[in-house]
Design a protein. Structure first.
Length: 366
């Protein structure tokens, strides 16, 4: 009987070995299938992911489009061009699309790449404006200088007086010379202004109407002691190199990017706001994501106040009519990585909040 049992064990041994090998083979096959599935999912993810979120890919695409626009603008101004005005209009639309792409990419582009793109866009816009000026006279804007309207226009030093209290200029002292410097003169604008860009002005007051600014990407750059009213919903807003300026805007459908602001008051409603290299500036915000600051100091934040009659309706149409989450005070400081609160910004005390002043009417000047 024992001998018979040993025969059975001997007969079963090959079967057990075969069964074990089969199990190992199935496990190996499953592992290969898992690996193949993982590779396939990774490939699908790479194909389906948003290409804009690759910084290198975005900047390469931006560079290509910029070079194409530069070449096309040069060709547009070539003598003998059959339809330069139509071409210029189309190129303006392409430039606006590129500006919007950069504005939409601010949430993932590093600050350096944003600055480079912003500077390149400003150069393209200048080239486009120079081409337009060469082809036909460019419209310029100025205030109606009738005494009645000039008398009703609030000087910069009186901004926020209707708030009924301590209206103070951020980061400045109350000396007579500074008060005089902060009162821009309402004079004709002989240059530096287009429907989408205001640059290189000092001591001016300017209001862009709905007809001039609605749905456009607007750039304000290299301004000093100016008061700017943007009385319409905008597509995007770029601010660069502002000193002792006040800017009042309607809703911005895309992003607002600020590169360099000193001792300013900014009232902005936008979906995204990013601030770089700003100091001593009060920012009144209504925003749909956390505001981002970098390399900035002495910033004070407060809730946005509608800047012109009809602004509330514009805000509703852009989905910016409320700020239930109070995102204006949820600031992310990319230059402060510690667990403690950033010392570079604070909330503006309620008693020092300013109201947006009434904007004077603007008119076109030849």
């Amino acid at each position: 009987m024992a001998q018979h049992h040993g025969v059975i064990e001997a007969l079963d041994a090959p079967a057990e070995a075969s069964k074990g090998a089969s199990v190992l083979a199935r496990l190996a096959e499953r592992e290969e299938q898992r690996a193949a599935t993982a590779v396939k999912r990774l490939e699908e993810l790479q194909v389906s992911s948003d290409p804009r979120e690759s910084v290198d890919a975005f900047m390469e695409d931006f560079s290509t489009r910029r070079q194409q626009l530069e070449a096309a603008l040069q060709a547009c101004a070539t003598p003998g061009n059959a339809a330069p005005h139509d071409q210029l209009t189309a190129l303006g639309e392409q430039l606006a699309a590129l500006e919007k792409a950069v504005a939409d990419a601010t949430y993932f582009l590093p600050a350096y790449d944003q600055r480079q793109a912003t500077l390149a866009l400003a150069a393209l816009r200048e080239q486009q404006e120079a081409t337009a000026a060469a082809l036909q006279p460019r419209k310029r804007f100025a205030f109606n200088r009738k005494a009645t309207k000039a008398a009703n226009a609030p000087p910069a030093a009186d901004v926020g007086a209707r708030a009924g209290g301590a209206a103070e200029q951020p980061g400045s002292t109350s000396t007579a010379s500074q008060q005089h410097r902060q009162q821009p003169q309402q004079t004709d604008l002989s240059g530096g202004v287009s429907a989408s860009a205001i640059r290189g002005l000092k001591g001016r007051v300017l209001a862009l109407s709905r007809e001039d600014a609605a749905g456009k990407e607007v750039t304000l750059s290299d301004l000093e002691d100016c008061v700017i009213y943007l009385l319409a919903p905008l597509a995007a807003l770029f601010l660069a190199g502002l000193r002792r300026c006040k800017v009042y805007t309607g809703p911005v459908a895309g992003a607002c990017f600020i590169e360099g602001a000193s001792d300013c008051v900014l009232m902005i409603a936008a979906r995204q706001v990013r601030i770089h290299s700003a100091v001593g500036t009060d920012v009144y915000l209504r925003v749909r994501s956390h505001p981002i600051i970098e390399h900035s100091n002495k910033l004070r934040f407060a809730p946005y106040t509608p800047a012109y009659p009809g602004a509330q309706q514009d805000l509703e149409e852009q989905g910016l009519h409320t700020d239930a989450e109070a995102l204006w005070r949820q600031v992310d400081d990319f230059g402060w990585l510690r667990a403690t609160p950033s010392p570079h910004w604070s909330e503006l005390p309620a008693g020092k909040h300013l109201a947006a002043p009434a904007a004077p009417a603007a008119s076109e000047a030849d």
